[in-house]
Design a protein around this ligand. Structure first.
Ligand code: FAD
Length: 603
């Protein structure tokens, strides 16, 4: 093996968003050496974009809240195919993780008596989201970075990991390249934590940043770990639909939490037209009750705009399909109407939703304090990811851990808003803790030279080819395929067509050519990302075909009902020995009686 820059750490964390930073802090606190690698600059991870808040049953605004209600809300939202152990740990530990963040310097919005303020969000029975205006992710990243920086963590910024390195069935390191100079790097580690975020860039319309190309999902899959729940992609109901250049950018659920309402072009609050059975008793019977709920009236039930994201997205699609959509293909989201109810409404909106105000003013020349927004569904989050043990976050491959959006289990078929940021803290901490334990118990593995040689060869292949395919064009074609054929509404025929298309795109990706050299070369970066996008797209499609029912993020027009047999299984994806993608149904372990009882009691 030629001499590549080599680093050795007990624990290597790949990803510096909320999950990666929290894992790195915990591993470092356990006394092991920690390396943290990220594709972008430190502080620029996707978590920084998070808006609405962190879900934790602190009960500061409504003392009826507790971990049991949060657990039950999360399971109902996930339509009971969640990893119940993760949902339990998450609900129990999120409050401590939020208080810890506060102790490390996070400045949350406050109640009048000085406690952390909490806001309403879809699917949460009580106001539960600790927040900082609509810039919560920024505060979270800032705090974790400030805290982590003093712990002696080695940070490798703007470095993309392309391959995990195995030794006798255990992960012992990673290979990557510097984005700026193209230089290769080898990382030796006793344990590796994946915290690489999501896959949104597989779709044309998305709220996700350029980083979300399914890298961690693919790294784990290629190394031999299992993925789970890949069919469950979350389409957030409210992305911007206009102007075209910003289509997909998120409009936080916080707008609806603060009293924003959805209307069609006939001026009708269409969300009242279809309230799913399990939520009927918890939903306001009229507009008046819904408004009172958003203003903190404990006797009121939530407005239907705050039903779960999967349902709200489908209602919006229905309105558009049936001809009641706006000129730019969305529906109206109106927060300006609250001027009928409260004095100084414009100031109130600007204070509660400063980013939304600026986003629309700057990008669409629209003042949300006076005018309704046009919104529609946007690809936002993937519930599926690396299959992990709920307590330790170790994947099915020894030495490999995963946390945050690239791991799966806690959310089941649909994630409740705010449950991601708390997931990052709870399971980031657990991943760091258990990776450190693993590192202490296991020595450094051997990195076979041939693995590194192969990784180098794969990375440089796009330069070696003569002429051929353009990586950007292939990425766009893939995004069209996923958007049109494996989107919000799915059918077997269309998904089979998508599989065919993905297969052809895979073949064509073998002929991708890039020119120039390895110094910052976006064409080269895209050609390497493309492999990851193709892998996760195939995984989503195969899993979605296997689940012959509709549940949460997966809506099958050909199987519109929930089926009991699918309520008992998760779909897993694994690379077979012959290199093909293997799909299987695995039974969900039986839930302990005490947890079943909680769900029954909460109704
Ligand atoms: C606009 C928006 C608003 C949101 N608001 C909320 C909210 O209010 N509440 C909530 O709970 N959730 C929210 N979410 C979801 C939430 O922000 C994300 O799910 C969460 O931040 C993901 O965090 P993470 O730590 O898993 O990954 P990220 O924060 O995405 O971090 C991923 C890290 O991995 C690195 N990386 C990726 N691939 C590689 C590679 N190959 N090599 C090296 N490094 C790599 C990246 O550089 C980055 O550092 C929102 C999402 C969006 C898009």
């Amino acid at each position: 093996m030629p001499d590549y820059e080599t680093h050795e750490h007990d624990v290597l964390v790949i990803g510096a968003g909320g999950a990666g930073l929290r894992a790195a802090i915990e591993a470092s606190a356990a006394g092991v050496s920690v390396g943290l690698v990220c594709k972008s600059l430190l502080g620029k991870a996707h978590t920084v974009m998070a808006e609405g808040g962190i879900a934790a049953a602190l009960a500061n605004v409504d003392d009826r809240d507790n971990w049991r209600v949060h657990f039950s809300d999360t399971m109902r939202g996930g339509q009971y195919v969640n990893n119940w152990r993760m949902a339990e740990l998450h609900a129990k530990e999120a409050p401590d993780r939020v208080r810890e963040l506060e102790a490390w310097g996070a400045l949350f919005d406050r109640t009048t008596d000085g406690r952390i303020l909490q806001r309403n969000f879809g699917g949460h029975r009580y106001p539960r989201l600790a927040h900082v205006g609509d810039r919560t992710g920024l505060e979270m990243i800032r705090t974790l970075q400030d805290h982590g920086i003093h712990m002696g963590i080695d940070v490798h910024m703007e470095c993309t990991i392309t391959t995990l390195l195995n030794d006798e069935g255990r992960v012992v390191g990673a290979f990557g390249y510097e984005r700026e100079r193209g230089r290769f790097k080898v990382f030796r580690a006793k344990a590796v934590v994946l915290a690489t975020g999501g896959i949104g860039r597989a779709y044309k319309i998305t709220s996700n940043s350029w980083e979300y190309t399914g890298d961690g999902h693919t790294l784990a899959y290629e190394a031999g770990a299992e993925l789970i729940d890949m069919e469950f992609v979350q389409f957030h109901p409210t992305g911007m639909v206009w102007p075209p250049s910003v289509r997909g950018i998120l409009v936080t659920e916080g707008v609806r939490g603060e009293g924003g309402v959805l209307k069609n072009t006939q001026g009708r609050r269409f969300m009242f037209d279809d309230i799913p059975g399990p939520y009927r008793t918890q939903t306001a019977s009229d507009e008046e009750e819904g408004w009172r709920y958003t203003q903190g009236d404990k006797s009121a039930r939530r407005p239907p705009e705050l039903l779960t994201r999967d349902h709200v997205s489908r209602c919006i699609v229905r309105e558009i399909k049936e001809g009641r959509g706006t000129p730019h293909g969305g529906v109206y989201l109106d927060i300006s109407w609250i001027k009928q109810r409260i004095p100084n409404a414009a100031e109130h909106i600007k204070k509660k939703l400063p980013s939304m105000y600026h986003q629309f003013k700057q990008l669409a020349d629209l003042d949300i304090t006076t005018t309704p927004m046009e919104v529609g569904p946007t690809t936002h989050y993937i519930m599926g990811g690396v299959r992990v043990n709920g307590d330790t976050q170790m994947s099915t491959l020894p030495g490999l851990f995963a946390a945050g959006e690239c791991a799966a289990g806690i959310n089941g078929a649909n994630r409740l808003g705010g449950n991601s940021l708390s997931d990052l803290l709870v399971f980031g901490k657990r991943a760091g803790e258990h990776a450190a334990i693993y590192a202490k118990e296991n020595g450094v593995g051997t990195i076979d030279d041939s693995l590194v040689d192969q990784a180098v060869k794969n990375a440089l292949a796009p330069f070696e080819r003569e002429g051929g395919e353009n990586p950007f064009a292939l990425q766009h074609e893939l995004q069209d395929t996923m958007q049109n054929l494996v989107g919000i509404v799915r059918t077997e025929n269309e998904m089979q067509q998508a599989l065919g298309d993905i297969g052809k795109l895979k073949e064509r990706s073998e002929h991708v050519h890039v020119s120039g050299n390895i110094d910052f070369n976006p064409g080269w970066h895209t050609s390497l990302d493309l492999n990851n996008l193709l892998t996760v797209s195939e995984a989503i499609t195969r899993a979605a075909i296997e689940r012959k029912e509709s549940r949460g993020g997966q809506y099958r027009e050909d199987y519109p009902q929930k089926e009991a047999e699918f309520g008992k299984v998760n779909i897993t994806i694994k690379k077979a020995d012959d290199g093909s993608m293997q799909v299987a149904r695995v039974p969900i372990p039986e839930m302990p009686e005490e947890l079943k009882q909680i769900i029954e009691e909460m109704g």
